[in-house]
Design a binder for this molecule. Structure first.
Ligand code: PXL
Length: 279
């Protein structure tokens, strides 16, 4: 049998199923990679106490990682919500203890439903311990801004400069996602010498919960399958654009993207790709 590529997500459980571990595993399944998980925290709001983030112990995190590594092994590892400095440091240690080619760091900080998914004192550990180990980081505009000491980002040119500057933290590649700009959804990939913009049409919906997780999970799946970063981003951008186009909600709350959309409806979009050399 042709075995599927192996992919691990180290992230939070999002009880509503749209984001975090749940979004990652759904995306992995859609793209035919073998998904595994290390749950770092459980996100779910208690109806009486209002508590929303329930962190897991370092021991539980190590146990999950060790089990997945011993039973299966990894072609790519994605990180999402890590929450604390201690978990980031442990994750960096675990990633350094194995030979792994593809590390995708999605620097998750705040959820769409306004939960704090990363403590303030964890930003330095993210910058100094985890990001330097990564193949690619996938910040959105507000995450990129925080990683750059609260720099204001308000245009595609700002995103390009942000990608170049974030590359200095040590990842091989940087993808800054410009979904929050006005106009089309433009993301910028910096590969060290080339800057590439990927532009998709804007889809007018509020139901984009977990879109960042899903996009980054799709990039992870394609890298695990051996695609180049350029092709992984292009294919993943198509996957998330189609998933957003077919997003929905069951209630009056912000709903999920539709992870099965590309399989059901095919690729609906042409992404406009533009490459520039940077001297
Ligand atoms: O979409 C960001 C995100 C990531 N991870 C977890 C989440 C959320 C948003 O709610 O709950 C676990």
């Amino acid at each position: 049998m042709n075995k599927p590529s192996r992919v691990l997500t180290i992230a939070g459980s999002a009880a509503g199923g749209s984001a975090g571990i749940q979004a990652d595993l759904k995306t992995f399944q859609e793209l035919d990679v073998y998904g595994m998980s290390v749950v770092t925290a459980i996100v779910g709001r208690h109806p009486i106490t209002n508590k929303n983030v329930h962190p897991q112990t370092i021991e539980a995190i190590e146990a999950q990682f060790s089990t997945a590594n011993n039973q299966v092994g990894f072609d790519a590892i994605k990180t999402g919500m890590l929450f604390s400095k201690e978990v980031i440091e442990k994750t960096a240690e675990l990633l350094s203890s194995i030979a792994i080619k593809n590390i995708i760091v999605d620097p998750v900080m705040v959820g769409k439903l306004d939960s704090k998914l990363l403590k303030d004192d964890a930003i330095d550990a993210l910058k100094n311990k985890l990001i330097p180990l990564s193949t690619v980081i996938t910040p959105n505009m507000s995450e990129a801004s925080i990683l750059l000491d609260d720099r204001k980002l308000s245009s595609v040119d700002d995103l390009k400069q942000a990608a170049i500057d974030l590359h200095k933290l040590g990842p091989d590649f940087v993808l800054v996602k410009g979904g929050r700009l006005e106009g089309p959804a433009v993301d910028v990939l910096y590969e060290g010498t080339t800057l590439t913009t990927f532009e998709a049409p804007r889809i007018n919906t509020v139901n984009t919960s977990g879109a960042g997780c899903t996009y980054s999970a799709a990039i992870t799946a394609y890298l695990a399958k051996g695609k180049s970063i350029h092709d992984a981003v292009l294919l993943a951008k198509n996957f998330i654009t189609t998933a957003i186009e077919h997003s929905f909600t069951y209630t009056d709350q912000v709903g999920p993207t539709y992870h099965a959309a590309e399989r059901k409806y095919g690729e609906a979009h042409s992404i406009i790709v533009q490459k520039d050399s940077v001297s």
